[in-house]
Design a binder for this molecule. Structure first.
Ligand code: GLC
Length: 742
């Protein structure tokens, strides 16, 4: 293959496909993470032009709330079937960026504020999709946590949060699910564009994580194709019409770009084409829209979080009783908000309308009234709409109020300024609850909302997030108890925006956004700062109840085996999401008070118990050591907490783990304290008269000399030794100590 042909392979033929070179076929790549957006006419990367009908599954904000990896695998496989039916070779998903700040416009397309949960769910999605012969594109690599200035802004992140939070889920998915492609993000990472960040695309992704697929750019993310190829980018999308191919060829000819780098890129594109060709031949079921719609409804029902369900006059508001008169209020009951705006936007094969599904579920003879209550575009007479809705609520036995954000209020491409529900909706809520205490609220939104004003007023509250085309049916299933809600929050709901971790940094300025909260993103922040949220990470109720007992921990070579007994103590079958958080309060490094390191989903009949077992991976106990530039598992005790949410710890136990044999070599720059910690150091230091004063001396001086000296680098002690000790003496001592420790 000539260098011209090699260069041609590395840039698209048009908006959605790669070039056909020689007998290498052109491949089709297209969005998105919760539905296939296949454009056969006009093309765009913001979901503006039309696309072929496809099933719109719950976007990640909803799907993530299921906490169910088996479900995400099924969704991935279903999307693969539809991708194949629409001639797509690579589906551009999943999106796994961390929900760092609730105002990020794209959070609807991401799973969680936690990397462990994001990684587990995304890996299963990738495995499901790729089992059908369609490749995934893990995105957006990396640290694309704001939409503001997203094509220029530098995410400025210290090494530990970068590794332990923002890269961690990518690492897990790459190593566990081997996505065919990884999509580099628009933004810069610590000053260098992701598309030309060699540390990111080659040293970390390939050399450390052993990724062997194709790195594709986000659409329009390549700033400099020659630098990008040198850094490890393989495919520029969309195509540049040959212009940048020429730049690559010229750079090789001028000796400015290694021909090997171009050949490597071509080799990876050839390997991708081979995977796609094999994929096209994989036998899979035909796409049946009704089957996928039914799956979308089953999935969506597991994505609805029951946030609150307090009894009114000793009777729970939910589930609804079909025999009771019902007032359904809110525009979203008639015009559902079921997906986000931008590149992930799907043209659904059909759309469930919540009001219609409620009528169907309540039955023909049921007394169900409807009032819009408000408009989502500021039109209409707000007072009149509110009054007629309040009258309907007062006249019924129960009211269900659909509230949330309209599509124009949040989307890819811009961030929100605040996290409030619209004022007219809050006003309506207060009047409706005053007229009808038996009111349940159903929320539709992509990014987190401030719910304190809602939680304080309403006895029953469901978080529907965004549920896809079958969300209307799924909500009816949950409202009437046909499905017992089991979903859990994957993002903390703050009392106020000022409590949030990135509040002072977000969204950045002058094309830089600092990650000042470091490791302490999401619940890590609220736990460390002892800030109470309105609803905590992992929170979700059920129409039944569960008890936990007999937590047992065993230290294994590959991690900690944890087993706990969970019992359904209520009268309905239900599903519990058992969460395992790990704490190491005596850690030698800064750590969040606790971190999610495992979870399991268990279905239980009333009265039934099950021993739920998981393995907490040893790798998940590690911290990133910036001195040795490696992962380190500390030895000692680890506390494991079995919980129903990050703030509902049911039982805990402690287990001892053997740490990694990791000791940095002692150098002249090691402190006296670090040297003193080495076996035999005290004697050796004593011979050099470098020991801190004795206790008696301290007594006489009224100070603790040792405490004052431990942080002095040993080479500086020479300044105080009056020539009694030479550099050679010190180096000899350090050699002895290092030898003794190795
Ligand atoms: C968009 C998005 C990316 C999408 C791509 C193609 O700008 O950032 O997620 O896959 O372009 O539409």
């Amino acid at each position: 293959m000539s260098v011209e042909q090699q260069a041609a392979l590395g840039s698209g033929a048009d908006f959605w496909s790669t070039k056909q070179v020689g007998d290498l076929p052109s491949l089709v790549l297209t969005d998105g993470p919760h539905g296939v957006r296949r454009q056969v006419g006009a093309t765009d990367h913001l979901g503006l032009a039309g696309s072929e009908p496809a099933t719109c599954f719950p976007p990640a904000v909803g799907l993530g709330q299921s906490w169910d990896a088996d479900l995400t695998r099924k969704v991935g496989a279903a999307l693969g079937v539809e991708s194949r039916a629409l001639g797509v070779d690579v589906l551009l998903g999943p999106g796994i960026n961390i929900k760092r700040d609730p105002r990020c416009g794209r959070n609807f397309e991401y799973y969680s504020e936690d990397p462990h949960l994001s990684g587990r769910l995304a890996a299963s999605w990738v495995q499901g999709l790729q089992s059908t012969g369609v490749g995934a594109s893990l995105k957006h690599f990396a640290a694309n946590n704001t939409e503001h200035d997203r094509m220029r802004s530098s995410s400025d992140i210290a090494p530990r949060p970068l590794r332990e939070i923002y890269l961690r889920a990518f690492q897990y998915v790459v190593q566990q699910a081997q996505p065919w492609t990884v999509m580099c993000s628009y933004n810069r990472v610590n000053g260098t564009y992701a598309s030309e960040n060699r540390w990111l695309l080659t040293e970390v992704l390939r050399d450390e994580w052993c990724f062997d697929g194709v790195v594709v750019s986000d659409w329009g993310a390549v700033q400099d194709r020659v630098k990008a190829v040198a850094a490890g980018l393989d495919l520029e999308m969309p195509g540049s019409g040959g212009g940048t191919d020429r730049q690559v060829v010229d750079a090789v000819a001028a000796g400015e770009l290694d021909a090997e780098a171009v050949a490597r890129t071509a080799g990876r594109m050839i390997a991708l084409a081979a995977k796609a060709q094999a994929g096209r031949a994989t036998q899979i079921p035909a796409f049946d829209p009704d089957t996928h719609h039914a799956l979308a409804r089953q999935v969506a029902a597991h994505c609805v979080v029951l946030l609150k369900n307090d009894p009114v006059e000793q009777q729970a508001v939910l589930p609804l009783d079909a025999g009771h008169s019902l007032a359904v209020i809110g525009e979203f009951a008639r015009t559902p908000r079921y997906q986000g705006g931008g590149s992930s936007h799907v043209n659904p094969t059909r759309l469930d309308i919540p009001l219609g599904e409620i009528h169907a579920m309540a039955g023909d003879g049921a007394d169900v009234t409807y009032m819009p209550g408000f408009t989502t575009d500021g039109s209409g007479d707000a007072a009149a709409l509110r009054e007629e809705a309040v009258r309907a609520a007062a006249a019924a036995e129960t009211a269900v109020l659909f509230l949330g954000l309209a599509a124009h209020q949040e989307s890819e491409g811009f961030d929100r300024e605040q996290i409030e529900l619209p004022a007219e909706q809050l006003e309506l809520l207060a009047d409706v609850v005053r007229a009808q205490p038996r009111t349940a609220v159903v929320l539709s939104h992509g990014g987190v909302l401030r719910l304190a004003p809602v939680e304080s007023l309403v006895p029953a509250l469901l978080d529907g997030a965004l549920l896809g085309q079958a969300g209307g049916g799924a909500l009816a299933d949950v409202l009437f108890g046909r499905v017992n809600p089991s979903a859990r929050l994957t993002e903390t709901v703050p009392v106020r925006i000022q409590d949030t971790p990135a509040y002072l940094d977000f969204p950045g300025e002058h094309s830089h956004v600092g990650y000042g909260e470091g490791l302490f993103v999401g619940y890590r922040w609220y736990d460390a700062r002892a800030i109470d949220p309105t609803f905590p990470f992992g929170h979700g109720l059920s129409y039944t109840s569960f008890a936990y007992a007999n937590l047992e921990l065993t230290a294994e070579t590959d991690g900690i085996a944890a087993t706990v007994t969970v019992t359904n103590t209520g009268a309905r079958p239900g599903r519990e999401v058992v969460q395992f958080y790990v704490a190491k309060p005596d850690s030698s490094v800064a750590r969040p008070p606790q971190e999610l390191k495992g979870h399991a989903v268990v279905d239980l009949a009333p009265g039934a118990s099950e021993r739920v077992s998981i393995l907490i991976d040893r790798a998940d106990l590690a911290y990133w050591d910036i001195r040795g530039e490696r992962w380190v598992v500390e030895g000692g005790d680890y506390e494991v907490r079995a919980a129903a949410s990050s703030r509902d710890i049911r039982t805990s136990a402690t287990v001892e783990v053997t740490g990694d044999a990791f000791a940095l070599p002692l150098t002249l720059n090691s402190t006296l304290g670090e040297v003193m910690a080495a076996p035999g150091a005290a004697e050796l230091l004593g011979t050099l008269m470098l020991m801190p004063q004795t206790a008696a001396d301290n007594e006489a001086l009224g100070i603790d000399m040792a405490k004052m000296m431990v942080s002095i680098p040993v080479c500086r002690l020479l300044s105080f030794a009056g020539g009694q000790v030479t550099l050679a003496d010190l180096e000899k001592l350090l050699t002895q100590l290092n030898t003794g420790r190795s």
